[in-house]
Design a protein around this ligand. Structure first.
Ligand code: HEC
Length: 433
């Protein structure tokens, strides 16, 4: 008991000595300064959690930041990219002013400051004994009923001349023999160096399947070129994946209905380096499913602008759309409709997109912020899961406003699936309540 009481003041004293030492002599830098951040002690733990999903050997991130020597060389670039919040890539604001997300790739201000001070100090590596354990895969894992399929072919991406990106859609049969709920998914890239993002779409009926087959037949080889989505809008979203995100499991007690025997479109975004290779991919998809009739069916509810017409040469051109939830009640014929619960969001625009803001407003004028995309990047779309799901009442109207930069364009930009067309969509993972 006595030693315990003594230990507390001495520990406090030690902390304050270390703290004061730094404050009194701010010029004291160099390898012996105990307060100076080092790679192994301070940077590697952040890298393992927030960067290694892409920046490790064989990953999409071009260079490995788990390699201390490479990281030291990249220190100024890491400081700049984290400060600008372009890395880790997350186009949706997670600062708390408009929702926060469970799978956010969002550094704290303190972590950003660490990258700065480490770079300023000359990127010291420190003591390898301080190194954290190797990076672990993030997020949940699939469990229960899981089925697996792949692209069906070994595909060699063929980006157009001078461009690194090939957006390619494959029609696959996941082999779902009964009506089920999809409750999660995971993707294993065939070649992690080139698989930049993957989107899964269900072909919900025979007509949708026929539409996709026409696109497939019009192009030689397996699959067909597609850009912003599956190339046909008769599809319904099942999931979206980017490297390092691990498996996605839908919120507990919910699932997406999937009809027996229906095919799927897998949209692959390949980003192919100019050198290296050869690059051939056969990515594998896993679907977690359930037949539990008690699950609450969720929808990927598309909100956004029904039409787009953006004049060229504008720093900020806008598209807007509104969805009164009462329309939803009519559409689904729901007499007892109270509103929706929002569990996750997937904003979507094309390359001229810069911002997307969505909110819900009740008839009394009460507002709820749904999504704030303040630095859109077409390359980094994902499904972001709300840390706290929230309800939007039946008397609300959801509005979505998208901002675009059309200064590089000479023609009016309209809505469509092509590379020079645009979209203004915020897909909500929602259940009715
Ligand atoms: C989801 C994948 C992913 C994650 C996570 C990620 N990066 Fe990147 N990073 C990339 C890719 C891909 C590139 C290549 C350029 C591009 O496509 O944007 C890149 C480029 C960079 C660059 C080059 C300069 C630049 O800004 O383009 C730096 C520096 C960088 N990343 C640092 C980081 C750091 C530090 C972290 C973690 C705190 C991180 N990245 C997390 C994928 C990722």
């Amino acid at each position: 008991m006595r030693t315990f009481r003594l230990a507390i003041p001495s520990l406090l004293a030690l902390t304050s000595i270390v703290g004061c030492g730094g404050a009194e002599d701010p010029n004291e830098t160099g390898p012996t300064n105990a307060t100076e951040p080092t790679y192994y002690k301070d940077i590697a733990p952040i890298v393992n959690r927030e960067c290694a999903g892409c920046h490790q050997a064989g990953g999409i991130g071009n260079f490995s930041l788990t390699d201390a020597a490479i990281a030291a060389q990249m220190a100024p670039a890491m400081a700049a990219a984290t400060h600008a919040r372009t890395m880790p890539p997350m186009p949706v604001n997670n600062d708390g002013s408009c929702q926060t997300f469970e799978n956010a790739r969002w550094l704290t201000d303190e972590q950003i400051a660490l990258f700065q001070s480490w770079s300023k100090a000359g990127a010291p590596l420190g003591d390898p004994a301080d190194a954290p354990p190797p990076p672990e895969a993030k997020g949940p894992t699939l469990a229960g009923d899981v089925l697996q399929f792949d692209l069906g072919v070994d595909y060699t991406p063929k980006p157009p001349a001078d461009k690194p990106d090939d957006y390619h859609c494959f029609i696959v049969d996941p082999g779902i023999g009964a009506d089920v709920f999809i409750t999660g998914y995971d993707i294993q890239p065939g070649d992690g160096r080139i698989v930049h993002h993957v989107a899964l779409f269900a072909l919900p009926d025979a007509q949708a399947e026929a539409d996709a087959a026409v696109l497939d037949a019009a192009e030689e080889g397996a699959g067909y070129t597609c850009f912003g989505g599956a190339g046909t809008n008769a599809v319904s979203l099942v999931g979206s994946w980017i490297p390092g995100s691990g498996a996605s499991v839908f919120p507990e007690g919910t699932g997406i209905r999937y009809a027996a025997g229906r095919k799927m479109v897998v949209q692959m975004h390949y980003n192919v380096p100019a050198t290296g290779g050869p690059f051939t991919d056969r990515s594998t998809m896993k679907l977690q499913f359930s037949k539990d009739p008690a699950l609450k069916p969720a929808l990927f509810l598309s909100t956004g602008a029904p039409q787009i017409s953006l004049p060229p040469g504008q720093e900020v051109a806008e598209a807007k759309g509104e969805l009164p939830l009462s329309l939803l009640a009519q559409y689904f014929n729901l007499p007892d409709f109270n509103g929706i619960r929002v569990w996750g969001v997937l904003p979507h625009m094309h390359t001229a997109g810069r911002t997307l803001r969505s909110k819900a407003t009740t008839t009394q004028g009460a507002e709820q912020c749904i999504t704030d995309v303040d630095r859109w990047d077409f390359h980094w779309q994902n499904l972001w899961w709300n840390e706290t799901p929230f309800d939007v009442s039946a008397d609300s109207t959801i509005s979505v406003t998208c901002g675009y930069d059309t200064r590089g364009r000479t023609e009016t930009t309209v809505m469509g699936e092509g590379t020079s067309d645009e979209m203004c969509v915020n897909v909500l993972y929602a259940t009715l309540y």
